[in-house]
Ligand binder design. Structure first.
Ligand code: CTP
Length: 131
């Protein structure tokens, strides 16, 4: 039977850490679904809108060979609904969230993948701003 994997992120200023987590998530199943966080959600949670709009971020993530399906994540609190809606067998999150989604293990397997060291959207933005 086909195994669906779901993961979430902003994927702003797309970098190799993003690519690797999506490749590793895809390798855990047959069908990879990605929730790309809404601009409004980022504004609410991080106090700023992403460099690239949700439409642009979705366009980039959708173009990846390992990604099968993309949707807009409107709220961080709806993970359970998204998992059920997409009939996901596995939820993948970066290990910066380790333990935080264990409560969903009644509906899917929850896997935390280690982040790629020394790279993040925030660090890239700060690096460019410092030039
Ligand atoms: N990710 C990763 N390795 C990195 C950066 C991100 O594996 N070096 C993963 C995160 O764990 C998450 C996904 O990529 O599963 C999307 O993360 P996101 O928050 O969009 O990227 P960051 O670069 O962490 O962004 P920011 O600096 O704004 O927090």
């Amino acid at each position: 039977m086909s195994r669906t994997v779901i993961t979430f992120g902003t994927f702003d200023v797309f970098h190799v850490g993003h690519l690797r987590v999506l490749e590793r998530a895809a390798a855990l199943g047959d069908h990879l679904v990605v929730g790309v966080s809404a601009d409004a959600l980022n504004l609410r949670k991080k106090g700023r809108t992403p460099v690239f709009s949700e439409r642009e971020r979705i366009e980039i993530v959708s173009a990846l060979r390992v990604v099968d399906e993309v949707f807009v994540e409107e709220s961080l609190e709806l993970k359970r609904d998204y998992v059920l809606e997409h009939a996901a067998d596995v939820l993948v999150m970066g290990d910066d969230w380790a333990g935080r989604f264990d409560e969903l293990s009644d509906v899917c397997e929850v896997v935390y993948l280690p982040r790629t060291p020394a790279i993040s959207t925030t660090a890239i933005i700060e690096h460019i701003a410092d030039l």
